[in-house]
Design a protein around this ligand. Structure first.
Ligand code: DX5
Ligand code: ZN
Length: 238
């Protein structure tokens, strides 16, 4: 949507407030800190941004929507205090995302994505995210059709296509989701960011980009590699 349109006041493009001129970059790479070393999280996060990562993807799991627990607003807040300029891209894999919008806004998140599977009427939550100064995203699991979020694409900044069943890093990329990525790119407005999340590695990144994805999330393909800069460059352009 355009700034100041009928849907509400102007708001930043994806991560715009804290992301500055990096928005000019076509393909963004989002290191997912789920595979960082939690004992030295700030060091790993800083190193991945210094190596060319554009934003930090923060995977939030509640042990209910997905069979794992990860991190919450306190971790986000610590990262924000340690790296106030980093764009914190929060991916809520939780059954009740409405309960966590304000805590993550207070914790310095720039962007929040939640899943359509748990909020079939997402616009009130999208509006709350925007009212708190963040950009908003909608995510679909591998078994959810693209059509589930198509009606809302002109009200959000980012569409997230899960290319693994959410819950864990290090899983195998599900290539069958690629047509959904293309469908969302074609159906969405210019400027919509389309994010791929799960199992993306240098061998799968080119097909993600070819299908219209312009934000690549990667955990193990970055933090599991000895040289973050080489890994990030390979995801962006390899
Ligand atoms: C999975 C998470 C992903 C995950 C990606 O549930 O949403 O962001 O961290 O990990 P890799 O890149 O290792 O598949
Ligand atoms: Zn994620």
């Amino acid at each position: 949507m355009q700034p100041g349109s009928a849907h509400g006041p102007a708001r930043p493009a994806f991560g715009g407030v804290r992301f500055g001129d990096r928005l000019a970059r076509g393909i963004l790479v989002a290191p997912s800190i789920l595979s960082a070393d939690f004992a030295r999280l700030a060091d790993d996060a800083r190193a991945s941004l210094a190596a060319g990562g554009d934003l930090l993807h923060v995977d939030v799991m509640d042990g209910h929507f997905v069979p794992n627990l990860s991190m919450g607003p306190a971790v986000c807040g610590s990262l924000h205090r340690a790296m106030p300029d980093a764009c914190l891209d929060v991916h809520l894999m939780v059954t009740d995302p409405a309960a966590y919008i304000e805590p993550f806004a207070k914790a310095g998140a720039a962007h929040v994505t939640f899943h359509i599977e748990v909020v079939p009427d997402p616009l009130p939550l999208v509006d709350r995210i925007h009212a708190l100064g963040m950009s908003a995203g909608l995510a679909i699991n591998p078994d959810t059709p693209a059509e589930a979020i198509v009606p809302f694409l002109d009200r959000i900044e980012l569409a997230l296509v899960m290319s693994v069943h959410p819950g864990f890093s290090g899983q195998k990329f599900i290539a069958q989701v690629l047509p959904k990525t293309r469908a969302l790119r074609d159906a969405g407005p210019a400027g919509l960011r389309v994010q791929m999340d799960g199992g993306v590695a240098p061998d799968s990144a080119p097909s993600c980009r070819a299908h219209g994805c312009d934000v690549i999330v990667a955990a193990s393909a970055i933090y599991g590699r000895p040289d973050y800069a080489t890994a990030i460059a390979a995801l962006r352009a390899g």
